[in-house]
Design a protein around this ligand. Structure first.
Ligand code: NAP
Length: 311
């Protein structure tokens, strides 16, 4: 596989041949920014075209929004008309597997040539982690469909720490049932860069990229790097899985999802996500961002004095 695949791009001003799902989410927001910055037109399937996130998308050059829902087959069919490459991302949920399998079949019927699927590190059909099992089922279906594919398997998102930004800003603490296990956390901006490459260049067909950051770090390491970036003490507090489950359910999280996150953290705790992999470099030709880069760029969100979040 070439390290810097040759470009084979639709150009600005042409009709979009790329369809994005999940375009208003963590990865999708960065992906749409990158596509727009490169002048690549894209179509985004969004549930509510009037939402703030959808309106922000609409303002990007080259963006075409179509109203639709992955649970509504007719809307997905409409969105796929004229599409050559598609990006498949859903949130993890009890419906995710069915939603994604339906999308794959519809993409095949619509004549899509290449599917880029946002999967997850260590996806496997026999994993004890439900998220990793459903991702593996969908990957297998895509391979069986005959479509060209690129599987992006990111490790834990650095941006996941933003869920704790209020606790970090107010109390200087964040929590997880992970002990001293290391994880090669990855920046969402690098995942989006890999997706951009797979959607807009040749050479990524039928590749699986394990996407990690450049270092395996404990959560205590993350706390230390954040503290340095925001110039205030930050402590990581290890908690038992029962405390995590209780907190998530207490926040009103769906029990299937809460249990999945507990399984996910047990997997991290076992040290199963500590390998540093070359996927970001392979897919994008660039080294992945370090956690220190993330901490510096997002310091304002965690309560630091300066105010610009860099991209
Ligand atoms: N978090 C991690 O550390 C991590 C690590 C590895 C892999 N992953 C994988 O990353 C994925 C989540 O990515 P993310 O964090 O970018 O997601 P996210 O921020 O939760 O965004 C989800 C997106 O899906 C859209 N969506 C939800 N339900 C939909 C439906 N029924 N029909 C159409 N669109 C729908 C949402 O649109 P609306 O605007 O309509 O809500 C939103 O754009 C999961 O598959 C997870 O397994 C996560």
């Amino acid at each position: 596989m070439p390290q810097f695949p040759a470009s084979a791009l639709p150009t600005a001003g042409s009709v979009p041949t790329i369809l994005l799902t999940g375009a208003t989410g963590n990865v999708g927001t960065e992906l749409t920014r990158l596509l727009a910055a490169r002048g690549i037109p894209f179509r985004a399937l969004v549930r509510d075209v009037t939402s703030t996130a959808a309106q922000a998308l609409q303002a990007l050059p080259g963006a075409e929004l179509v109203a639709g829902d992955l649970n509504d087959a007719a809307s997905v069919r409409r969105a796929l008309v004229g599409i050559e490459r598609a990006f498949l991302l859903t949130p993890s949920s009890a419906q995710a597997e069915a939603q994604q399998l339906a999308f794959v079949e519809q993409a095949r019927q619509a004549g899509v040539q290449h599917l880029v699927k946002l999967s997850q590190w260590a996806a496997a059909p026999d994993s004890p982690v439900r998220f990793l099992r459903y991702h593996a089922v969908v990957e297998a279906a895509i391979q069986a469909s005959g479509l060209a594919y690129t599987f992006l398997r990111p490790n834990l998102f650095m941006q996941g720490l933003l869920a704790f930004k209020d606790a970090i800003a107010a109390q200087g603490q964040f929590f997880a049932p992970i002990g001293e296990a290391e994880i090669s956390v990855v920046d969402v901006r690098d995942i989006a860069a890999a997706a951009t490459a797979a959607l807009t260049e040749t050479g990524h067909e039928n590749h699986t990229y394990d996407l990690t950051g450049p270092q395996a770090l404990t959560h205590a390491d993350l706390a230390q790097a954040l503290a340095l970036a925001i110039d205030r003490p930050v402590a990581f507090v290890d908690v038992p899985p029962t405390a995590m489950r209780g907190a998530l359910l207490g926040m009103g999280m769906d029990p299937w999802m809460a249990e999945g996150l507990v399984e996910d953290y047990a997997h991290y705790h076992r040290g199963e996500a500590a390998v540093v992999a070359p996927g970001v470099q392979q897919a994008t030709g660039r080294a992945p961002r370090a956690f220190a880069d993330f901490a510096r760029d997002y310091a304002p969100a965690f309560g630091a004095a300066s105010s610009v979040v860099a991209n």
